[in-house]
Design a protein around this ligand. Structure first.
Ligand SMILES: *Cc1c(COP(=O)(O)O)cnc(C)c1O
Length: 420
């Protein structure tokens, strides 16, 4: 599509937008009594108006039924994790028994590493991207130490070429091939939190498959943002959080994907608890753990129903929209933002920033990371005062996420006007 950098054109795009009515289903935060331009959905997604009702339903059941809510609630708490299988499996391209909703992201990452990072002899390394999210890095380091190994020897990073910021697929693949006999695991965030780069997960998975290396992905910035086909791509495991693009509230519940290839591999070491036990015998309180098959067998504790109620409300919206339509608008919205920024900054005499997110729409999701040259923090503070909610990353990057469920083209245009 050919864009025009004008308010009238932005309004035309809004008018033609098949998802325009979804914005009304969210609360838009206000600044100085006016609707903000909220571009932080990659950090904390906005609250769907339907969350309150879903939460109230559970509070009512707790109030009126007490413990009986486990079996006789409107949504029996005992089976709560089952309510997500269908929606989540559609979002990430998985079979329903390959997913389970539980815990928080970094906790789940650690649980997955216990099962899938199995260093043996010379094959003891983890390959990751440089500039991985710190929480993930801490988990990798500690897991390596947990096996009595040294992170300095065992964590291999793929680093961008000099004067480049994002990674080239060919460099990732050649790094895997270089270390193929020493790698116990390759683990990648599908979308990098800082640059917004969406990696060629399918190709990386194929290389790992060829060399029989376990491949895990962190979907924190990918789920609800880009289209994924984890089962088809032969990913071994994945984990994510639900409070970013999935709009399920602060500290919202996470989930994991375990490829069915591992569903009945009960020899994999794992942490255990009663919720992962076979549902038929769970309440017979057997002494020894009999894991459920599939991802559900990685559960430990009973379900955090209140946080899951918010998740349920939000996923109903994704069920209605579907990732295909969402992604189509997302590409347009991010493309429009890029267009407005570049066409304005070309005309401006003092070029004060550049976009470090990949230009190719297939290689990014709903995020642009804008690297500022001089006085970036001042610029950020100025747009914040003007009603923009965005994200500042030291030393010099402003991250903005135009989210297709609730952001308008008009806001994108206005943001670019404020920026330049
Ligand atoms: C947001 C994010 C996290 C946050 O971890 P929590 O356990 O949910 O606090 C971890 N890793 C990545 C890659 C993230 O983007």
């Amino acid at each position: 599509m050919k864009f025009e950098n004008s308010l009238a054109f932005a309004r035309l795009l809004d008018k033609q937008d098949p998802l325009k009515d979804f914005r009304k289903q969210f609360y838009i935060p206000k600044v100085n009594g006016k609707e903000s331009i909220y571009l932080c959905g990659n950090s904390l997604g906005l609250q769907p108006k339907s969350v309150e009702k879903h939460l109230k339903d559970e509070l009512e059941d707790w109030k009126n039924l007490g413990v009986e809510g486990h079996l006789h609630g409107k949504n029996p708490w005992l089976y709560y994790h089952h309510f997500f299988s269908k929606s989540i499996s559609k979002l990430i391209g998985a079979k329903e028994d390959e997913v389970v909703v539980m815990n928080q992201l970094t906790v789940n990452l650690n649980l997955m590493l216990i099962s899938f990072y199995r260093p043996k002899g010379k094959r003891n390394k983890i390959l990751i991207q440089a500039n991985e999210f710190p929480s993930d890095y801490y988990a990798f380091e500690q897991q390596v130490k947990f096996h009595g190994l040294n992170p300095k020897d065992c964590i291999v990073e793929v680093v961008p070429r000099s004067s480049e910021i994002t990674l080239r697929t060919e460099d990732i693949i050649s790094k895997i091939e270089e270390h193929k006999d020493e790698l116990a695991l390759v683990m990648f965030s599908a979308v990098n939190y800082y640059t917004g780069q969406f990696f060629e997960i399918k190709k990386i998975a194929k290389t790992c498959c060829n060399h029989k290396i376990i491949f895990g992905v962190d979907l924190a910035h990918a789920i609800g943002n880009v289209e994924l086909k984890l089962h088809e791509w032969n990913i071994d495991f994945a984990t994510w959080c639900s409070y970013k693009y999935l709009n399920s509230g602060p500290g919202g519940v996470s989930g994991v994907f375990v490829n069915n290839y591992h569903a009945k591999n009960f020899d994999l070491p794992r942490l255990a608890g009663w919720w992962g036990n076979d549902e038929k015998t769970r309440f017979k309180m057997p002494k020894h753990f009999i894991p459920q098959t599939g991802a559900a067998g990685w559960q430990i504790s009973n379900a955090p129903v209140l946080s899951m109620a918010a998740h349920k409300a939000s996923l109903e919206i994704f069920d209605k929209v579907g990732m295909k339509v969402l992604r189509k608008k997302s590409e347009q919205l991010t493309g429009f933002l890029e267009f407005c920024i570049t066409s304005k900054s070309e005309k401006s005499t003092s070029k004060t920033f550049s976009i470090i997110t990949p230009k190719q729409k297939e290689r990014r999701g709903a995020q642009l990371s804008i690297q500022t040259n001089k006085d970036g923090k001042k610029l950020f503070d100025r747009i914040t005062k003007a009603g923009v909610i965005a994200d500042w990353r030291e030393p010099d990057v402003i991250r903005v996420a135009p989210v297709p469920l609730y952001n308008k083209f008009e806001e994108i245009f206005r943001f670019a006007e404020l920026l330049i």
